[in-house]
Write a protein that binds this ligand. Structure first.
Ligand SMILES: Cc1cc2nc3c(=O)[nH]c(=O)nc-3n(C[C@H](O)[C@H](O)[C@H](O)COP(=O)(O)OP(=O)(O)OC[C@H]3O[C@@H](n4cnc5c(N)ncnc54)[C@H](O)[C@@H]3O)c2cc1C
Length: 383
């Protein structure tokens, strides 16, 4: 299946073809077991890396694909079309878990963490959220106190994607708590560092193939050179560019789930016969499907537009939040409609539409809830 190919460059078209085939032939066979066991298959990372699909945007001299933002969106959409959990694990790695190092890390940090992560040899996680702090990120309670050549980290991080499988985690902690927001820094913490434990693997409604956990830091000592950016304060600012990029990517994630829900629903509606004809022949059904197709086209158009603006260097703080808000909210209509058209069978676990409905429910919550996006957009609009 090809999507809006006429809007792509030759290179992007070739990538879309390769990525679509890879998702269907290599990733799809791994989905059932991962969804059933709730374990992320580690070969997801290595197989993606072998093809250059894991972190396509990083420069080639670091082992990346040197691709543009739109190409990354194509990658994300195709992974998510096959499985949202896989996509969650991948974006936690290729976005939040690596981008701060790429943008602000030292050469040594790039050598030790970023390059192996791009190669799929190290798995990354990113820890900002805490049991008592989510949207109000400036109120995090994790602290990092300088002691000689080390920082001592104390705190708990909640809902962390890849927590249970990561080789390192980027942890947000206050070095100077009196400076609200500004006093936050990002630290690299290796798996196995004394005082760093994965205290819980969390049971989720959906996205089962991405592992989520709680991380605890108790007098966890890391070398001072593990501070990203090299000097205290400014971790929040370091995050901003990562978040803007991530919100565009998030639109592509919504798109993958939406496309799959639509494809499944069309197939079902063609086969399901009631009152002597396939239900797709009822205008109510075809109108719903027509709406779904429209929403998906508008979503893809908007994600790609903002990806191009971002690539051109425009300030897309407002637009990236619009992408995330619009796509995540619209997706709820699409997966709901898909469930309705599937009737009772849709509610049965053996029909995959329910997985997209469950998985997509997450999207109005993570990487900034829809309400947080509305706050950002309001501010950017000057309200
Ligand atoms: C599966 C999963 C994976 C995740 N992965 C990661 C990860 O890898 N790393 C990480 O750091 N975090 C991760 N998170 C955390 C996620 O980013 C947070 O759940 C999210 O930011 C919301 O925070 P919260 O859950 O504490 O909700 P809260 O902030 O408590 O919000 C609860 C509700 O109140 C609303 N609300 C809050 N403040 C306002 C306001 N000012 N105005 C209006 N409404 C408001 C919210 O929009 C929401 O509807 C993950 C979460 C999940 C569920």
């Amino acid at each position: 299946m090809q999507y809006n190919t006429s809007e792509l460059t030759e290179e992007q078209r070739i990538f879309q073809d390769m990525m679509t085939d890879f998702a269907d032939e290599v990733l799809a066979p791994m989905v059932d077991e991962a969804e059933e066991t709730g374990n992320t298959p580690l070969e997801l990372f290595t197989k993606m890396a072998e093809m250059g699909f894991l972190c396509p945007r990083y420069p080639e001299d670091l082992g990346g694909g040197g691709a543009d933002k739109l190409t990354e969106c194509i990658m994300i959409e195709q992974v998510c079309r096959v499985d949202a959990g896989f996509c969650g694990a991948i974006v936690a790695h290729s976005g939040l878990g690596t981008m701060p190092i790429f943008l602000h890390g030292s050469d040594e940090q790039k050598e030790k963490y970023l390059i192996p992560a791009i190669q799929g040899k190290k798995i990354a996680a990113f820890g900002l959220t805490e049991p008592n702090v989510g949207s109000d990120a400036a109120s995090i309670q994790t602290r990092a106190v300088r002691d000689g050549d080390e920082y001592v980290i104390n705190g708990t991080k909640m809902f962390i994607t890849n927590a249970t499988i990561c080789d390192y985690v980027i942890v947000a902690a206050y070095t100077q708590p009196d400076k609200r927001g500004l006093g936050i820094n990002l630290f690299l913490v290796d798996k196995g560092t004394p005082g760093f434990t994965v205290s819980k693997k969390l049971d989720k409604v959906g996205n089962h193939a991405a592992e989520t956990g709680e991380l605890v830091f108790e007098d966890c000592r890391v070398p001072a050179e593990n501070l990203i950016g090299g000097k205290e304060c400014g971790g929040f600012q370091q995050l901003e560019s990562t978040l803007i990029s991530g919100r565009i990517t998030y639109g592509a994630r919504c798109l993958g789930t939406a496309q799959s829900a639509y494809d499944l629903t069309v197939e079902y509606a063609k086969q399901r016969v009631q009152f002597g004809k396939p239900i797709i022949k009822f205008q109510n059904t075809s109108f719903k499907l027509a709406e779904m197709a429209t929403y998906i086209d508008v979503m893809r158009t908007y994600v790609w537009r903002v990806a191009r603006l971002y690539e051109a260097g425009a300030n897309v703080k407002k637009e990236s939040s619009m992408v995330k808000l619009f796509c995540a909210e619209l997706l709820q209509n699409i997966t709901n409609a898909g469930m309705q058209i599937h009737g009772g069978y849709g509610y049965m676990m053996e029909y995959p539409i329910q997985r997209h409905w469950r998985d997509g429910r997450l999207y109005t919550v993570t990487e900034g809830t829809s309400e947080v996006q509305r706050i950002v957009i309001s501010k950017e609009c000057g309200f």
